[in-house]
Design a protein around this ligand. Structure first.
Ligand code: OAD
Length: 370
């Protein structure tokens, strides 16, 4: 492509910085994917090795995407709820890239943000609700997949905390409930369809942190007019960006990319200040982390107790058998066969029914900070 990947310039040396500075970009459309949240600690989907789809083996899925497939969910909703427990919003701090989008909005330049992400970090960074189109839905609402009745948020939170599958409260329905995340095989939100026409009215398009591999989202950049500059800030090439004369490639980490762009525009100080302003929330995050580790400690204690209880039960059953056989010998009374067999069976039953320590280790290898 013959472009310098470290400067915000297009193949024909199109100067996007000048374009924005001269006020020619007043209706900026931003298109985002999981790559803008990886520095917050949320893995993306398809990066080899670190992506979510490469790390779902423990959920025993027939194929990785099944965790977000509606037909599979109907048969087996538990893998999704196991994952939802890890991904549920509230645990992560928005990245400087999220704050860059907020800055565009504060400056009155953000026309619309179309995001594929379900982590709600754009909202948390203060991008106004009416500027966001959550193309693949989000955890913000939940409903029954059959009768579509809304499900109470507090009950959903509890279910996700406990990794339990919630069911519809409507009498005679009892359908499965799920957050309104769009699964493979489901319709995209009406909001998405309603706002598609905005792409043609945009005067600048910024694509960040997405492989552009899931349609119809992947085709959004092509809905911009041919002359409209499109900037890609991503670790790798995505879609057809780079094929038009005014396309600009910033093949870099998103946070580094937005800092470069902000520097070129003279906005860096403002951006860093905005980013810093989110720090009070870090205290809350630390508190949450602390609560998480207290939960983990409690979990570990329960595991220890369970193991001790198992061991005690085993010892006491062995002890009982030994005393019984000693008594039998001592009293020289022949033991009825059924009692002997029964005692062994009973001992096995107690061990089998005793709580087993959880063998699966969570997604700690994917979310090392959890
Ligand atoms: P992908 O995992 O497909 O793509 C993420 C892109 O971001 C890749 O091109 C990475 O190279 C890039 N990337 C990762 N970290 C980055 C960083 N720090 N800086 C810059 N680039 C980075 O994720 P999406 O494109 O969002 O759908 O995936 C689209 C949809 O596929 C998701 O919404 C999800 C999934 O199946 C549903 O859940 C319905």
């Amino acid at each position: 492509m013959g472009q310098d990947p470290s400067t915000p310039q297009g193949a024909n040396k199109f100067d996007v910085t000048k374009f924005i500075k001269e006020g020619k970009a007043r209706r900026i459309v931003v298109l985002t994917g999981a790559g803008i949240s990886t520095s917050a600690g949320i893995p993306d989907f398809r990066s080899p090795g670190t992506g979510l789809y490469a790390n779902l083996a423990r959920l025993n899925l027939p194929y990785a995407e099944a965790v977000f497939d509606i037909s599979y969910f109907r048969r087996n909703p538990l893998p999704f709820y196991t994952l939802a427990h890890e991904l549920y919003p509230g645990k992560y701090r928005p990245t400087i890239t999220h704050y860059f989008i907020r800055l565009l909005s504060d400056k009155g330049l953000l026309f619309k943000l179309f995001t594929q992400n379900i982590d709600c970090l754009e909202r948390e960074a203060g991008v106004p609700d009416h500027k966001i189109v959550e193309a693949h839905g989000s955890f913000a609402r939940q409903s029954c997949i059959d009768c579509k009745t809304a499900f109470p948020e507090d009950l959903m939170k509890k279910a996700i905390q406990r990794k339990e599958v919630p069911y519809c409260k409507t009498l005679q329905c009892n359908g499965l409930v799920k957050p309104e995340i769009v699964f493979f095989g489901e319709q995209l939100p009406a909001e998405f369809i309603k706002n598609l026409s905005l792409l043609a009215d945009a005067d600048l398009c910024i694509v960040m942190g997405t492989s552009l591999s899931v349609h119809p989202f992947a085709s959004l950049p092509s809905l911009c007019s041919m002359s409209v500059p499109r900037i890609l800030i991503n670790l790798e090439l995505a879609g057809d960006i780079g094929s038009r004369p005014n396309d600009v490639l910033l093949l870099d980490d998103c946070d580094a990319g937005v800092r470069k762009l902000a520097t070129a525009l003279g906005w860096l100080e403002e951006l860093e200040a905005l980013w810093e302003s989110s720090k009070p929330k870090v205290k809350e995050m630390d508190q949450k982390k602390k609560m998480r580790s207290e939960d983990e400690e409690l979990g570990a204690k329960v595991d220890d107790l369970t193991r001790e209880l198992d061991a005690t039960l085993k010892i006491s059953n062995e002890h009982t058998s030994r005393v019984r056989s000693q008594l039998t010998k001592d009293s020289n009374i022949e033991k009825p066969k059924s009692l002997h067999d029964g005692s062994e069976d009973e001992s096995r039953k107690v061990q089998d029914e005793s709580p087993q320590p959880e063998t699966s280790g969570g997604l700690k290898h994917v979310f090392p900070h959890i």
